[in-house]
Ligand binder design. Structure first.
Ligand code: AMP
Ligand code: MG
Length: 521
C-alpha cells in the first residue's frame, strides 16, 4: 500500500510545542502531535471499495494486515506524523471553550490524482483534547458513521467519507442511557476521509484567545487550499470566506431537508467549513414527517436541533463564525449583510427544492401555497416522508383525486386514524396538485424519472442500522455489507431489496437506537 503523503495543514500552521499526551489547554497552535493508541486485536469489519479506490488503495491492499494495522492505529504509515486539531465551539447554544479532537487523530494528508484527502481515525485513543473522556468509540456508533457517511455520499449530500470500519478488540465502557448503568461494549475505529476537517470552531478558538496571528494564518490557509477562487490579499478575503461558507452551509442543509436527515448535534464544532456533513452521532432520518423531531435524547426537551430548525441553526452557527472572523475584518456591515441574505436565499432555494420533489418545473406563485399545505397535511397523521414522495411520482396526470390519494395511503403509519377531516384535506391538496400537473409539459414518465432522482427510495433508517449493529455484536457482518450495497443506489428501484422500502416496523418505534439515540458513543 503506497500513499503519497503531503501534509499541508501540519506543515504550514503552528504546532503545539508540548508533545505530552495529557489533557490540557493548548494555546497558539492549530494542532498537537499525538500517537494513536495500540489496539489489542484489530480486525477489519468492512471497507468502502470506492473510498479505497479514490485514495489509490487496491482491493488486495485493503485486505492486507498492513491496512488493518494502519487504519486501526496499530502501525504508522511510513513518513506520517499524526496529530489532533485544536478547536472550540458553541454546544447547544452555549460557549463551551476549547474542545478539539478528543478522539480523532489525523494520520496524514494524502495526494492522489491532484486531489488532497485527509485521513482521520476516530476512536484511536486519548489526545490533549480528550477532556474527561477516553478517546475511544464503540462498535455501534462506528457502524452508524461508516454506513451513513457512504449512504449520504450516494444520496448526493456533501459529507465526510468513511474508508474503513475496524474493531479494536478493546472493551469500552459506556453508560448509554446516562442512568448510572455503564457496561462494556466492543470498541472500533473508523477512518474518515475529507479534503479538510476544519470546523467553524477552529476559528472560534483563536478568536476567543485573541490570537489574531494564528486566526489569520488559519483563515489564509483555508482560503488558499479550500476556496482558491478567493483572490487578493485584503480583509475583503475574509468577508468572501464567510460568504462562501454561508453558501456551502445553505446547500448542505437544503440537502438534509430534501432527504429527511436530522444531524442531531449541530454545535459549531460539528460544522464543517467546507459544508460537509460531519460527526455522525445521534443523527436520524425522518420517518413520519414531523418538523419537531430530533433523534438526540440529550435535546429531547428544547429540540434545538429538530428537523424544522436546521436552517435556522445553520444561520446561528454562521453568526458565530462571522463573530470569530470579525477581528480580521474590523467592520460588521458586510458580515451582517451576508447573514441577512442567507435567510432570503434559503427560503427561495427551499421552495425550489420542494418544487423538484413534487415534479413541478414551471415556477408559479401559487406553488408556495401548495407546498405549505402539503407540509401541513403530512402532519395530520403519521406519514412516512420517504415513502410518500416516492409514491407521489407514480401518480398520473389523468388520475382522479381518489386514485391519487389511494396511491399515497401506503405512507400512513396508522391508516385506522385517517379520519374524514384528514381525507378531505388530502382531497383538497390533490385537486390543486393534479391541476398543476396538467399545466406542466412533462409527460408522466419524464416527471417520474425527474422526481425519483431527488426523492430517495432507500435511506438508512435508524432501525436498519440497529439491526446491522445487533448482528455485528454477534460477529455477523453480512447486514453491514447488504446495507452498504443497497445504499449505493438509493434512487434506483432494487427489487431484491424491496423489504427496505418499508415503513419503520412497530417494534422500532420507541426503542433506543431505533428511534432516538443518546450522545453516548
Ligand atoms: P461531539 O458532540 O461528539 O462532536 O463531541 C464534542 C467534543 O467531545 C469533541 O471535542 C470530541 O472530540 C469530544 N469527545 C466526544 N467523545 C469523546 C470521547 N469518547 N473521548 C474523548 N473525547 C470525546
Ligand atoms: Mg464533534
Amino acid at each position: 500500500m503506497k500513499l503519497k503523503i503531503n501534509n499541508r495543514f501540519s506543515t504550514e500552521l503552528p504546532a503545539d510545542p508540548d508533545k505530552t499526551n495529557i489533557t490540557r489547554q493548548v494555546k497558539n497552535a492549530c494542532f498537537s502531535y499525538v500517537t494513536p493508541q495500540i489496539p489489542a486485536n484489530p480486525k477489519l469489519i468492512h471497507f468502502s471499495e470506492e473510498v479505497a479506490a479514490m485514495l489509490g488503495i487496491a482491493n488486495e491492499d485493503a485486505q492486507s494486515s498492513e491496512f488493518t494495522n494502519v487504519f486501526s492505529g496499530k502501525e504508522l504509515l511510513p513518513g506520517s506524523r499524526p496529530y489532533s486539531m485544536s478547536y472550540a465551539g458553541h454546544q447547544f447554544g452555549n460557549w463551551a471553550g476549547q474542545l478539539g479532537d478528543g478522539r480523532a487523530i489525523i494520520l496524514a494528508e494524502v495526494e492522489q490524482k491532484e486531489q488532497f484527502y485527509t485521513l482521520q481515525l476516530k476512536g484511536a485513543g486519548m489526545t490533549p483534547y480528550s477532556r474527561r473522556a477516553d478517546g475511544l468509540a464503540v462498535l455501534r456508533s462506528s457502524i452508524r458513521e461508516h454506513l451513513c457517511s457512504e449512504a449520504m455520499y450516494h444520496l448526493g449530500v456533501p459529507t465526510t467519507r468513511s474508508l474503513s470500519l475496524i474493531s479494536t478488540g478493546d472493551e469500552v465502557l459506556r453508560d448509554v442511557m446516562y442512568d448510572g448503568n455503564p457496561a462494556y461494549e466492543k470498541g472500533a475505529v473508523v477512518c474518515r476521509v475529507a479534503p479538510s476537517f476544519i470546523r467553524f470552531g477552529n476559528f472560534e478558538l483563536f478568536s476567543s484567545q485573541k490570537d489574531l496571528k494564528t486566526l489569520k494564518m488559519l483563515a489564509d490557509f483555508t482560503i488558499k487550499y479550500h476556496f482558491p477562487q478567493i483572490k487578493g490579499n485584503t480583509s475583503a478575503n475574509y468577508v468572501q470566506l464567510l460568504q462562501a461558507v454561508a453558501d456551502e452551509t445553505r446547500e448542505l442543509i437544503l440537502h438534509w431537508q430534501r432527504v429527511g436527515f436530522v444531524h442531531g448535534v449541530m454545535n459549531t464544532d460539528n460544522m464543517s467549513i467546507l459544508g460537509l456533513t460531519i460527526d455522525y452521532g445521534p443523527y436520524g432520518w425522518l420517518e413520519d414527517y414531523n418538523p419537531n423531531w430530533t433523534p438526540n435524547t440529550t435535546d429531547r426537551e428544547n429540540r434545538r436541533y429538530r428537523f424544522g430548525n436546521q436552517a435556522e441553526i445553520g444561520l446561528w452557527n454562521l453568526y458565530h463564525l462571522a463573530n470569530a472572523l470579525y477581528p480580521l475584518i474590523g467592520e460588521a456591515a458586510p458580515l451582517e449583510s451576508i447573514l441577512e441574505q442567507y435567510q432570503m436565499k434559503y427560503q427561495e432555494a427551499y421552495l425550489n427544492m420542494m418544487r423538484h420533489k413534487l415534479g413541478l418545473i414551471t415556477l408559479k406563485e401559487e406553488d408556495n401555497q401548495l407546498i405549505h399545505i402539503l407540509t401541513e397535511n403530512l402532519q395530520l397523521t403519521e406519514t412516512d416522508m420517504t415513502i410518500f414522495f416516492r409514491k407521489l411520482s407514480e401518480i398520473k396526470k389523468s388520475a382522479s383525486v381518489e386514485e391519487a390519494f389511494e396511491l399515497i395511503k401506503e405512507s400512513f403509519y396508522r391508516i385506522e386514524e385517517v379520519v374524514d377531516k384528514t381525507e378531505a384535506a388530502w382531497m383538497y391538496w390533490f385537486t390543486q396538485y393534479l391541476d398543476k400537473l396538467q399545466q406542466e409539459s412533462l409527460s408522466d414518465a419524464d416527471r417520474k424519472a425527474a422526481m425519483d432522482k431527488v426523492n430517495p427510495k432507500y435511506v438508512l433508517r435508524n432501525y436498519m442500522s440497529q439491526l446491522a449493529i445487533e448482528a455485528a455484536e454477534k460477529e455477523d457482518y453480512s447486514l453491514i455489507e447488504e446495507l452498504h450495497l443497497l445504499l449505493k443506489n438509493p434512487y434506483q428501484d432494487q427489487n431484491e431489496y424491496q423489504k427496505w422500502f418499508a415503513k419503520r416496523p412497530d417494534w422500532a418505534r420507541e426503542k433506543i437506537g431505533s428511534s432516538m439515540l443518546s450522545c453516548s458513543s
